[in-house]
Design a protein around this ligand. Structure first.
Ligand code: GLU
Length: 510
């Protein structure tokens, strides 16, 4: 690629960022970094009705957590540079000029039709079995109220009288547009099917289409990489570039992220119903007071989350699945983005987290687990926590699993598995456990292998079955019949705690 790559992620701050949006940001980021380009965050907040005040901060925090920082954007020092401001509401003064340029060039016009008049037209068309399209089909005088059919004086009069108007783009008649998409290839569109879209609203704000194209041009965006839902806008955008006589950037429309069934777009409702988040961070909706779950809060590692997302719609062409961000930058290519939607898969998502957890350094995991335990007022030594992790890591998908699998390393069992107690704790078990406690008390070199050989020798000497001792012992220490090697547990919790737990079990279960 010889020209400079400048790409942007351009979310509208209307609420939390869906994982589809995060993936768009990620692909933009990967593409920019691969080509030593610039990744820009632009906040598209022209729609005042849908504006949510804390949404921008959410977007910034989410990109931050994902580890895909923007090079230019609306926050702090990054907002400087010749391409800012990066919030469309702060660029408001810019857009009208461009709408006027289009009017002057004959590519746009004033339209005074009220919403009521428009719905009347729609109804009339429907009655005749037709669909109403606001374009040349309806440019006959007397039908629509716009500067294409009114005289110059009439238009000026209406404007002077303060009548509400919008500015519409004038779509060409009888043309076949040839559009190019890096992912979908060539698309042909008949301009007669296009609406004369509003590009400037009566509230003095541009619509998405005008602001988006003007900003992409002014910010020298080389590639527009965005979700498939914007594909229907592509014809208008390309027509706008041509009308301005600007160079058209390259476009790439990313496939949707689908529900696990593959039927339709993944929604928040799917996540709620099936028990997984569709947002990177949890989100508190101030209006509904509803809290949405987030991957961060559910205990996902951001690198695992990003790795999972990278493969939802793109493939490396090999069977490799685990990629660091740097590896992704190296291998990412728009030509390997698929045309069809990618099904979200919860099992796979959890699998990624498990894979990353296994790779992580125990000392790092210990820090997270210490934080988790501190919320339960449990403050073990870090070395101890690291050891626990090394014993149970294999079975863990999340930091919280360490607690589910190995709480007994940190506190005595609060209860005993009832079924196991009934089956394994016999009449004479109390006496055996009491004797065993004495044996354990007498062991000096308190390491797993030594405890094991001493206890086993004693069991053999007493002519007892191993199960009749080991299972009640496990029940006493763990509260159930699962867990890692029993003598490792004994070494870890120590002699005193082992004996206390045995005595407590005798009291509870005998
Ligand atoms: N503001 C649009 C959005 O919310 C941006 C679409 C685009 O990238 O052009 O997704």
């Amino acid at each position: 690629m010889n020209s400079t790559v400048r790409v942007r992620f351009a979310p509208s701050p209307t609420g939390p960022l869906h994982i589809g949006g995060v993936r768009t940001a990620l692909y933009n980021y990967l593409f920019a970094k691969k080509h030593s380009g610039t990744f820009i965050l632009r906040i598209e907040d022209t729609d005042q009705k849908r504006y949510v005040p804390n949404a921008e901060q959410y977007i910034v925090d989410a990109l931050d957590w994902c580890g895909i920082p923007f090079d230019e954007g609306p926050k702090g020092a990054k907002s400087k540079g010749s391409f800012g401001p990066y919030r469309q509401s702060e660029r408001k003064h810019l857009y009208r000029k461009y709408a006027d340029i289009l009017i002057d060039k004959g590519w746009a016009y004033f339209a005074f039709d009220t919403p009521e008049q428009l719905s009347l037209h729609r109804k009339k068309n429907e009655e005749n079995g037709e669909t109403f399209i606001y374009n040349w089909h309806n440019r006959k005088a007397g039908e629509l109220m716009n500067s294409l059919v009114l005289s110059k004086e009439e238009v000026q009069e209406k404007i002077n009288a303060g009548q509400d108007y919008v500015i519409r783009f004038k779509s060409p008649k009888d043309e076949i547009l040839t559009l190019n998409d890096e992912i979908r290839g060539t698309i042909k569109i008949d301009t007669n099917t296009l609406d004369d879209k509003v590009i400037f609203k009566s509230d003095g704000m541009p619509t998405y289409h005008l602001a988006n194209v003007v900003d992409d041009h002014l910010m020298e965006i080389s590639h527009v990489i965005r979700g498939e839902e914007w594909l229907p806008s592509l014809s208008l955008h390309v027509l706008l570039y041509k009308a301005f006589e600007w160079e058209v950037p390259l476009f790439a429309h990313l496939p949707l992220i689908l529900k696990p069934t593959g039927k339709g777009k993944l929604s928040k409702r799917d996540g709620d119903q099936l028990g997984f988040p569709v947002f990177p961070l949890s989100y508190f909706d101030e209006k509904t007071r509803d809290v949405s779950r987030g991957y961060r809060e559910e205990g996902y590692f951001s690198d695992a989350f990003i790795n999972m997302l990278s493969l939802l719609g793109w493939n490396p062409g090999t069977t490799q699945e685990i990629f660091s961000l740097n590896e992704l930058i190296e291998v990412f290519d728009l030509s390997r983005v698929s045309k069809s939607g990618a099904k979200f898969n919860l099992e796979k998502t959890r699998w990624f987290n498990q894979q990353y957890l296994q790779q992580k350094d125990n000392s790092l995991l210990a820090e997270s687990l210490l934080l988790f335990l501190s919320k339960k007022n449990i403050y073990p030594k870090k070395k101890y926590v690291e050891k626990v992790i090394s014993l149970i890591k294999e079975r863990a998908f999340f930091i919280s699993d360490f607690w589910v699998i190995g709480a007994f390393f940190f506190e005595a069992p609060r209860s005993f598995d009832q079924k196991a107690s009934r089956k394994k704790w016999k009449e004479n078990t109390g006496i055996i456990m009491n004797d065993l406690a004495h044996i354990i008390l007498s062991i000096n070199n308190f390491i797993s292998s030594n405890i094991e050989s001493k206890v086993k020798a004693w069991i053999t000497e007493q002519n007892m079955g191993f199960g009749s001792v080991m299972q009640p012992l496990r029940l006493s220490l763990v509260g159930a019949l699962h867990g890692p090697h029993l003598f490792d547990i004994i070494e870890m919790i120590g002699k005193e705690e082992t004996i206390n737990r045995i005595q407590h079990a005798i009291k509870e279960l005998s």
